[in-house]
Design a protein around this ligand. Structure first.
Ligand code: PMP
Length: 392
C-alpha cells in the first residue's frame, strides 16, 4: 500500500467466495425460492424500457389482478418491499391534515400510524389486544367517532398470527365516506381476499411470502374510488419515487405512452412474474386450501406436544403464519438458535408486541407442505428436549 493512492484496502472478506448456505425458511418470511423463480431472477438483464420488459410488467399486472381478484386498471408492483407498498399507499392517499383511522392489533398498524404521522396526517388509533381481530361493530364505532377519510387494517397480522375477517368492511367504510386500505403482505395467496367483491380500495402485498420470490417488488392496486382521491389531491405526493401518477404511466395504466420514471429492478420483476405464474397455475382456491390444511396439521401437532397457540379462536388463525406461546422454562432464542444450528431451519421469535412471548412458524407457498409440517414438529420436539433452561 506504501506507493498506492488508496487509503482503504480491498476488503479481505470480498476476496473470499460468497457464502450462502441451504436453509429451510419457516419463519414469517422470506420463504424459500423454488428453482424456477431463482432461474428467472438469474436471467440476463434487459433494458427497463425494452418491449420484452414492458410485456413482463403487463403480465405481472394481470397476475396481480388475478391474485387480488380485481379488475382495477391501477394495479402494479412498486420497486421495493412490503414497507415500500405501505408507504406508497399512504403517501398517495393522504394529504396533510387528512384523518386516517388505523386499526392496531400488532406491529403493522403501529408502522402504518408512524408513516401516516410523518406525512402530517391526523392519525386516530383503533386498538385491540394482540391476538384479537376487529369486528364490524368495532370498525363502525371508529368510523362514527373519528370520521376518517381512510381506514388502514391488516389482513394477515404476522406479528401476532391473526387473520382479520374483511367481509363487510368495505361496504361499511363506503357508507361512512371512508376508503379501505388493506395490508395483505403476509396473507395474499394463503387466505381468501377478494378486492373488488369486498370493496377494498387499496390492497398491497409483498413478493417474498406466499409468492416465493425474493424481496424487492411489491404488488399494489387502487380502486376507482381511491384513484379519484389521488386525482383530487391539492398537493403532489411528497415522494417522487412512489408517486402513483408517475408509476401508473410507467406501468401502462393511464393509456399514455410509457415514459422512464426509474430503472426498475428488472430481474426482481422476472422473479415476481414467475411467482405469480406459479400461483396462477396452482389456482388461488387450491393455494388457499393447501395453506389452510397444512396450518391445521401444524396447529394439531403443536397442541399434541402440549404447546399453547397464541390465537385462541381457530377461525382467526392466519394460515400462513402460526404463533405458538414460548413454553414455561424456555427462552425463545435458545429454541430458534437450536433449530438453525441443528436442523438448518429458521423459525422466528415474536415481533413488536409479541417479542419474548411467541415463536412464529411460517408455511408459505412452496414451503406449505405436509413434509415441512412434520419436519418443523420433529425439530421442535428435539428442541424442547434439549433447550430446557434446567439442562443448559
Ligand atoms: N406487512 C406485513 C403484514 C408483513 O408481514 C410484513 C413483512 N413481515 C410487512 C408488512 C413488511 O414487508 P417487508 O418486510 O417486505 O418490507
Amino acid at each position: 500500500m506504501a506507493s498506492s493512492v488508496l487509503r482503504v484496502a480491498p476488503p479481505e472478506e470480498l476476496l473470499r467466495p460468497l457464502a450462502v448456505p441451504e436453509r429451510l425458511l419457516l419463519g414469517p418470511g422470506p420463504s424459500n425460492v423454488p428453482r424456477r423463480i431463482q432461474a428467472a431472477g438469474a436471467r440476463q438483464l434487459l433494458g427497463h424500457m425494452h418491449p420484452e420488459v414492458l410485456q413482463v410488467m403487463d403480465e405481472i399486472k394481470a397476475g396481480i389482478q388475478y391474485a387480488f381478484q380485481t379488475q382495477n386498471r391501477l394495479s402494479l408492483a412498486v420497486s421495493g418491499t412490503g414497507h415500500c407498498a405501505m408507504e406508497a399507499a399512504l403517501v398517495n392517499l393522504l394529504e396533510q391534515g387528512d384523518t386516517v383511522l388505523v386499526a392496531i392489533n400488532g406491529i403493522w398498524g403501529q408502522r402504518a400510524a408512524d408513516i401516516a404521522r410523518r406525512l402530517g396526517a391526523n392519525v386516530c388509533e383503533l386498538l385491540k389486544l394482540p391476538g384479537k381481530y376487529f369486528t364490524p361493530q368495532d370498525i363502525e364505532q371508529g368510523l362514527v367517532q373519528h370520521r376518517p377519510l381512510v381506514l388502514f387494517i391488516t389482513h394477515g397480522e404476522s406479528s401476532t398470527g391473526v387473520l382479520q375477517p374483511l367481509e363487510g368492511l368495505g361496504e361499511l367504510c363506503h357508507r361512512h365516506g371512508c376508503l379501505l386500505l388493506v395490508d395483505a403482505v403476509a396473507s395474499l395467496g394463503g387466505a381468501p381476499v377478494f378486492m373488488d367483491q369486498q370493496e377494498i380500495d387499496v390492497l398491497y402485498s409483498g413478493s417474498q411470502k406466499v409468492l416465493n420470490a425474493p424481496p424487492g417488488s411489491a404488488p399494489i392496486s387502487f380502486s376507482e374510488r381511491a384513484r379519484e382521491k389521488l386525482l383530487r389531491r391539492k398537493t403532489k405526493p411528497p415522494s417522487f419515487y412512489l408517486d402513483m401518477g408517475c408509476l401508473a404511466n410507467y406501468w401502462g395504466c393511464d393509456g399514455e405512452p410509457r415514459r422512464y420514471h426509474h430503472t426498475a429492478p428488472i430481474n426482481s420483476f422476472f422473479s415476481l412474474r414467475e411467482g405469480l405464474a406459479l400461483l396462477a397455475e396452482l389456482g388461488l382456491e387450491s393455494s388457499w386450501e393447501r395453506h389452510r390444511a397444512n396450518c391445521i396439521l401444524l396447529c394439531r401437532g403443536l397442541l399434541d406436544m402440549g404447546l399453547e397457540l397464541f390465537v385462541e379462536e381457530e377461525e382467526a388463525r392466519l394460515p400462513t403464519i402460526t404463533t405458538v406461546r414460548v413454553p414455561e422454562g424456555y427462552n425463545w432464542k435458545d429454541i430458534t438458535a437450536f433449530l438453525m444450528d441443528n436442523h438448518g431451519m429458521e423459525i422466528a421469535g415474536g415481533l413488536g408486541p409479541t417479542v419474548g412471548k411467541v415463536l412464529r412458524i411460517g408455511l408459505m407457498g412452496c414451503n406449505s407442505t405436509r413434509a415441512n409440517v412434520e419436519r418443523v414438529l420433529g425439530a421442535l420436539r428435539d428442541a424442547l428436549q434439549r433447550c430446557h433452561r434446567s439442562r443448559l
